[in-house]
Ligand binder design. Structure first.
Ligand code: ADP
Ligand code: MG
Ligand code: MG
Length: 256
């Protein structure tokens, strides 16, 4: 049975009359990797944010079920508690807060108020996760920093994902910021986490075909103007690399 089922999902910018998602249909079975590609402005990031419950968007139609339960009425933290992870951006510097403390806060939020994280257990978990990802433990002592390089941002995101152990990871990888270092961190991280837990499901949004050489998708979908217009296997990504999006749109192809 599907872990995530999106049916005719429509969404607009909150407080504005701007519809972005115009009827998205998508079904993910447990353990699958799905990639969504599409030209800039087609609604890919909006889909990820709507799935995570971002308050800047309003759902105007359709349904999203996760493990059989409707989630559109849930708050973002309730979705996280249910097992959905959205890789956060880190737009702010948090003075004096180390990555370790940041992760502990994220983990506590996922656990809810009923239970308090044991600090020793957290340290063990953190070391275990960093070991899995081949990360230097010193990284966790660094302050959360707006000036992180692309690679450092990705290291932080993947480490957070490894700590939270989601059953569904939503990853929105813009092409900017994915230098070769960042690309390796993301792909190694995802592949290690899936080796550990083959049931982890991944929805990987990118218009960077090259990423799919490192993280092999089971399915590739093309989003144009707020809808999925094509779905297939990895060959769809190769076709896009050769031909761009001209079959579906007049918009310039990816990478331009
Ligand atoms: P993609 O990730 O595919 O590049 P986005 O989901 O970021 O596309 O954006 C889809 C369209 O919606 C774009 O035209 C974008 O400008 C618009 N859009 C997204 N979010 C907002 C917002 N908060 N306010 C106004 N326009 C938005
Ligand atoms: Mg964009
Ligand atoms: Mg985007």
């Amino acid at each position: 049975s599907p872990i995530l089922k999106i049916e005719n999902l429509k969404a607009k910018v909150a407080d504005e009359d701007l519809e972005i998602l115009k009827g998205v249909d998508l079904t993910l079975d447990s353990g699958e990797i799905h990639a969504i590609m599409g030209p800039n402005g087609s609604g890919k990031s909006t889909l990820a944010k709507v799935l995570a419950g971002h308050p800047g968007y309003e759902v105007t139609g359709g349904s999203v079920t996760f493990k059989g339960e409707e989630i559109l009425e849930l708050e973002p933290d309730e979705r996280s508690q249910a097992g959905i992870f959205l890789a956060f951006q880190y737009p702010v510097e948090i003075p004096g807060v180390s990555i370790a403390n940041f992760l502990r806060t994220a983990l506590q939020a996922q656990m809810g108020d009923d239970e308090e994280i044991d600090l020793f257990e957290f340290q063990d978990l953190l070391l275990d996760r960093m070991d899995l990802l081949d990360m230097d433990p010193a990284f966790a002592e660094r302050p959360v920093n707006d000036g992180f390089s692309g690679g450092e941002k990705k290291r932080n995101e993947i480490l957070q994902m490894a700590c939270l152990k989601p059953s569904l990871a939503l990853m929105d990888e813009t092409d900017s910021g994915l230098d070769i270092d960042a690309l390796r961190i993301v792909s190694n991280g995802v592949n290690k986490l899936r080796e550990e837990n083959p049931e982890m499901t991944v929805l990987l949004i990118t218009h960077y075909q090259r990423l799919l050489n490192y993280i092999k998708p089971d399915y590739v979908h093309v989003m144009v103007d707020g809808r999925i217009v094509e779905s297939g296997g990895p060959e769809v990504a190769l076709q896009l690399e050769d031909e761009g999006y001209k079959d579906w749109t007049e918009v310039a192809p990816a990478g331009t």
